[in-house]
Design a protein around this ligand. Structure first.
Ligand SMILES: [Zn+2]
Length: 398
């Protein structure tokens, strides 16, 4: 066999090219991989669980092309070190809604569509991750751009047979689960004109105030409450869902998802025993229900801005980096969204040609991203209920 001798200079050039190709624009270096192994076995103090509701992998591609171009750097959420995917079916359907999907993460079992960590047939259910964190005297927080009593945050802070009982969910937040920080839309659910489906009504916001919550309705009020050192915060920034990003005027009084996320971190980081925080970009789902690609890209990028705020917070000290488990998980895909073009290279700032198979949720698996101690368990094919076990173990409860 004859082996051609390659000139050394060519080998060096090839290695440099290979290095450039492998590292790419903005991709994690080998150092990140080493860090990952060093922090693998450290104790978890903080869990941050972030949900882009109804987001499939094609949504990530569309948002990345819009922001960075087709060969540009990844979105922030894509830079996490562990990537896996999860099955999303509920106990009674191949197509889940957000109630059992979030309940699978929060309470560790498959539930029927519509159920919030509650079995309609009377079977017992487990406490949620937020409730377990509360028992361990950790700080707790819920942030969303829907009503804050919508299905995804609700699964972490309430137990109800029907997700539409939003005033009952509000009551349970204030009287039972008591998260330290509650930020989102849904003012009307905290003082409805008539009782909800569960028969719960009344002025829940007044009760919250009695119980020591500072109640804020604008971004400025939220920031003033932080400056004043408030320790319990209820922010209700819209009567129902918050304003979609593409419809927001400059200087709106409503905080963006990243503003609420930073506010929650600022309050929760004071807890000496750590914290559990859930952050939802609720309206990626609504954009996909509407088959509206501009709305979808706007919400996905606003969610990614919140991810950047979290990564900046984590990376600012070794203590945070070594002891914070971050998981990012959509609950299901919505719309059967596909990228059908253009049949040329799209430019940054351009929306892809969108295709859709439905105006509802679909049954496809969805991705999961994670980093921090305990995150190595995420890098594989998962059931959505596995995320409960991973977080519970991180809390030292297994
Ligand atoms: Zn939906």
């Amino acid at each position: 066999m004859i082996v051609a001798k390659r000139p050394l200079i060519m080998m060096a050039a090839t290695a440099a090219l290979l290095g450039a190709v492998l590292s790419g624009p903005g991709y994690p270096s080998g150092k990140g991989r080493r860090d990952r192994h060093e922090i693998r076995n450290r104790e978890v103090r903080n869990i941050i669980f972030m949900v882009p509701d109804g987001m499939g992998l094609a949504d990530v591609t569309a948002a990345r092309i819009f922001r960075n171009g087709i060969d540009g750097p990844p979105l922030h959420l894509e830079t996490l070190e562990e990537i896996g995917y999860q099955r999303t079916y509920s106990a009674n359907s191949a197509i889940t809604d957000s109630a059992p999907a979030a309940s699978a993460w929060a309470c560790g079992e498959k539930f029927n569509n519509g159920e919030i960590c509650f079995h309609g047939d009377g079977r017992p259910y487990l406490p949620s991750i937020l409730e377990l964190a509360k028992r361990k005297k950790m700080g707790t927080g819920l942030v969303a751009t829907s009503t804050i009593t919508h299905a995804t945050p609700a699964a972490f802070g309430a137990h109800v047979a029907n997700r539409n009982c939003e005033t009952e969910i509000a009551r349970q937040y204030i009287e039972v689960s008591k998260p330290d920080v509650i930020l989102g839309g849904g003012m009307k659910k905290f003082n409805p004109p008539s009782p909800d489906l569960c028969g719960t009504g009344g002025d829940i916001a007044a009760k919250a105030k009695q119980d020591g919550y500072s109640i804020v309705r604008t971004r400025d009020q939220m920031n003033s409450a932080l400056d004043a050192g408030e320790t319990k915060l209820l922010g209700l920034f819209a009567p129902e869902g918050m304003t979609p990003e593409i419809l927001r005027a400059d200087g709106t009084a409503e905080p963006h998802l990243k503003d609420m996320t930073v506010a929650a971190l600022t309050m929760l980081e004071k807890h000496r025993k750590g914290f559990f925080l859930m952050v939802e970009g609720s309206q990626v789902d609504w954009a996909n229900h509407a088959n509206d690609v501009k709305y979808q890209v706007g919400e996905t990028l606003a969610f990614d801005d919140a991810v950047k705020a979290v990564l900046d917070w984590i990376d600012s000290t070794p203590e945070r980096r070594n002891h914070t488990l971050l998981i990012i998980a959509p609950d299901h895909e919505t719309g059967g969204f596909a990228i059908n073009g253009p049949n040329r290279i799209p430019q940054p700032g351009e929306c892809v040609t969108a295709g859709w198979t439905s105006g509802n949720h679909t049954g496809t698996d969805v991705p999961v991203w994670a980093q921090g101690p305990g995150s190595e368990a995420v890098g594989r094919a998962l059931e959505n209920t596995d995320l409960y076990r991973i977080m519970r173990e991180a809390l030292g409860e297994l």
